[in-house]
Ligand binder design. Structure first.
Ligand SMILES: *Cc1c(COP(=O)(O)O)cnc(C)c1O
Length: 439
């Protein structure tokens, strides 16, 4: 296939005529509850560019929500998938198993930030991994309660909706929610002004007083909160919580679904915290765009589930496993963790310059290529969701795929493919900061 030029190009307005045609077909066929940020439709993608149906070339600052870290259609992933799909699409690992699943489990054991004997079970989506991590923790402990943090996001299924904090759009009208899920305060330094020790004390008080350590099967947290606003907890917060879990026989689950696989400048974000979880959940960046998720944890916890208790028809599909092995080996050979750290340096410098001129950029935060700005009213610090949406919309119309997030809807997040060029990255961020300045 011809190379996709790595430059932004507006052939038409966005949405162009073909995108408008598709929007019409969509309105009468696709469920209204499924929404899209971009008004246009993709046809192909490579590294930092997504090309749409009208021949527009968009700068990708989203990676399909932290999925195509190795680039969409990365050559090694394409080769591996094409070979695998021609040999064997599916047998179901629970019926007739195959090597790829085992190879992914071995790779996860090697890379996960947990020492000792590890085991892995594979699934299709992030939510499914989280559900299964909770099932495993409950079997292992014989307890039922699960704690999750304020601003948490863990998925959209019944159990994971209960774990997710934000009502609109994720939970609104969808109750009742799974029982025995408890919400505790976390650490949001920009807004709560607490250091790690104080924030952890606050969390632990709620754990002990409202739930009771002896009832708690698991505590789940994202080492950097994703949908909740790219919130980096105060230093020492996660370590203290992990230690408390250990002291109380509570399974500590790090949800690395968004932070994992080189995204934050390490294989997993827990590594920055010097923390060893009992279980990690992975998905998103794991397989270069193919659907795959994993639960990886200490053997004694993972193996407490009875035979046949875990699985799924498509869980750990041979095609997704082949894609994962190729994506991971691309991350290794191109040292994409290092690339994520370079991206952080470049983007943070650019954003700091913008912040000096524009106090509505309240905070710049994140790690590696998982970066965000929180937009506020400079006088009061109040979240400014309207500015956020208007600026993001303007950047999208200018040909930059721009994602927002945050409990208060006032965060613009940057999740570029790790293979994006410096030039495209700087141009894309420039479009966003100009859009903010122009509102
Ligand atoms: C995206 C995400 C999930 C859910 O993954 P899906 O594949 O959408 O089900 C869970 N946890 C975190 C931290 C996520 O970012």
């Amino acid at each position: 296939m011809a190379e996709l030029p790595q430059s932004r190009h507006l052939a038409t307005e966005i949405p162009g005529p073909k995108a408008q045609e598709l929007a019409k077909r969509r309105a009468s066929s696709v469920a209204a509850g499924v929404s899209s940020l971009m008004g246009t439709y993709a046809v192909r993608s490579q590294d930092g560019i997504v090309e749409d149906v009208d021949g527009n070339r968009l700068i990708d600052l989203g990676s399909g929500i932290a999925v195509t870290s190795v680039g969409a259609s990365a050559p090694a992933v394409v080769d591996a998938v094409q070979t695998q799909v021609a040999e064997l699409t599916h047998t179901c690992f629970m019926a007739t198993p195959y090597e790829g699943y085992i190879a992914v489990a071995e790779k996860l054991a090697e890379l996960a930030p947990i020492r000792g004997e590890l085991r892995t079970a594979l699934f299709n989506s992030g939510a499914e991994a989280v559900e299964n991590a909770v099932k495993i923790a409950r079997t292992h402990t014989g307890r039922q309660a699960v704690a999750a943090l304020d601003h948490a996001y863990h998925g959209r299924t019944t159990l994971t909706m209960a774990l997710t904090a934000k009502s609109m759009p994720y939970k609104h009208g969808f109750g009742p929610f799974a029982p025995e899920v408890y919400r505790i305060p976390g650490s949001y330094p920009y807004r709560d002004q607490l250091d790690g020790a104080a924030a952890a004390e606050r969390s632990i008080t709620t754990l002990e007083k409202s739930i009771g350590a002896g009832n708690l099967a698991a505590l789940i947290l994202e080492p950097i909160q994703g949908e909740g606003g790219f919130i980096v907890p105060a230093e020492g917060y996660i370590k203290r919580i992990a230690d408390w879990c250990k002291e109380n026989g509570v399974v500590f689950i790090a949800d690395e679904i968004q932070t994992g696989f080189a995204r934050t400048g390490a294989w997993f974000a827990c590594e920055h915290e010097g923390v060893e979880p009992d279980i990690i959940t992975t998905a998103k960046g794991i397989a270069g765009g193919m659907p795959l998720s994993g639960v990886t944890g200490r053997a004694e916890i993972m193996d407490s589930v009875h035979s046949g208790g875990l699985g799924g028809t498509y869980a750990g599909s041979p095609v997704s496993c082949a894609a994962a092995l190729a994506a991971i080996s691309t991350m290794e050979s191109q040292d994409l963790s290092d690339r994520a750290r370079q991206i952080e340096q470049q983007v943070v410098a650019q954003l700091k310059t913008a912040q000096e001129k524009n106090p509505r950029i309240g905070e710049i935060r994140g790690r590696g290529a998982m970066l965000a700005i929180e937009l506020v009213d400079p006088a009061t610090g109040a979240p400014d969701a309207q500015l956020t949406n208007t600026a993001a919309e303007a950047a999208r119309s200018a040909g930059v795929i721009t994602l927002t997030c945050g409990t208060y809807g006032n965060v613009i997040r940057f999740l570029p493919p790790l293979t994006i060029s410096d030039e495209l990255l700087s141009e894309g961020i420039g479009v966003v900061v100009d859009a903010i300045a122009e509102v």
